[in-house]
Design a protein around this ligand. Structure first.
Ligand SMILES: Nc1nc2c(c(=O)[nH]1)N[C@@H](CN(C=O)c1ccc(C(=O)N[C@@H](CCC(=O)O)C(=O)O)cc1)CN2
Length: 285
């Protein structure tokens, strides 16, 4: 029997802890504040930004949204970031991804002051993560680790296979697993012999953005499966449903599986709030 590890429930617990931290910061005279920048009208991004605002408000974090048109120039966006960097009342800055094609995401993310970079995407935070020297950790990978902490006490020597090599999930989660002394293999959809490699894993983190990619026969009995995929697909009846990267119905022999939805996704938002509190505490130091 596979245990279903519900990220939405863990996220609620995390939010309770964050709420307490927010109250402590308030008592120290800090009003934790998050600036969320949305460029364009991507429907999924609209949903995520709204959820972030509601979740922030629910734990007492002040959330300020900046909505810019789809034709916004990189220069205008960089000017906004410079203003937010200089504002002592803003502790966290988040630029929702993806950005429209005229904007170079790496330049924008690199313009955010590292100690306000609550997404952990700035090269300084990426470098800190890869050297194990602190910094703000990207939200989805942090969420994956906090979920794994619920079911694994000792990571040392476990074989972890990460499927997906994105800067947002694949690479940082691999670094975090390595830091815990797992033996980590980073793979992607072009990896040769991917099913055989996956079959060696004690932990699979599936973050390829490919619906149902991880089949039952890719999974070793007793493996822990963290499904990061959020794929919107049209069903035969015309309805759109969200499915993960794991063919969950074929994986009864796994020990643990995170569902999609209500798995890693809600943890991403809870970790954003946690990072915002961490960034606000940096302002106290
Ligand atoms: N600046 C960032 N941009 C993006 C990030 C990010 O971490 N920082 N991640 C994703 C989108 N994302 C947050 O921004 C996100 C994705 C999914 C969920 C979520 O809770 N999903 C639900 C199901 C999906 C739905 O109902 O629409 C779930 O899994 O239960 C939260 C946040 C890309 N951009």
């Amino acid at each position: 029997m596979t245990a279903i590890l519900r990220g939405d429930l863990v996220a609620r617990e995390l939010d309770d802890a964050t709420r307490i931290e927010v109250e402590r910061l308030r008592a120290d005279g800090i009003d934790p504040s998050l600036a969320v920048v949305l460029v364009g009208e991507d429907p999924a991004s609209e949903i995520y930004v709204r959820r972030k605002r509601l979740a922030a408000e629910a734990v007492g974090i002040r959330s300020i949204e900046h909505r810019l048109g789809a034709a916004t120039s990189q220069q205008s966006l960089l000017a906004l970031i410079a203003t937010l960097n200089a504002d002592p009342g803003i502790h966290g800055i988040l630029v929702q991804l993806p950005l429209p094609p005229q904007i170079a995401s790496d330049e924008v993310l690199g313009a955010i002051t590292p100690h306000k970079d609550v997404d952990g995407f700035h090269p300084v935070n990426v470098g800190r993560l890869s050297t194990g020297t602190g910094g703000l950790i990207p939200c989805t990978p942090l969420g994956c680790m906090l979920l794994l902490d619920r079911v694994i006490a000792d990571f040392r020597g476990l074989k972890a296979v990460v499927i997906g090599k994105s800067n947002i999930v694949g690479k940082p989660v691999a670094m975090l697993l390595l830091e815990r002394e797992c033996t980590v293999t980073i793979t992607h959809i072009h990896t040769r012999g991917l099913p055989e490699i996956a079959r060696t894993a004690d932990i699979i983190v599936a973050a390829a953005g490919s619906p149902g990619l991880v089949r039952g026969d890719w999974v070793k009995p007793g493996a822990v499966l963290i499904d990061v995929g959020i794929n919107r697909i049209a069903r035969e009846d015309g309805k759109t449903v969200i499915v993960g990267d794991v063919a969950a119905n074929e994986c009864d022999h796994a020990a643990v599986l995170t569902p999609v939805p209500r798995g890693v996704g809600p943890m991403t938002i809870a970790c954003l709030l946690r990072n915002t509190v961490q960034a606000a505490r940096l302002a106290l130091a």
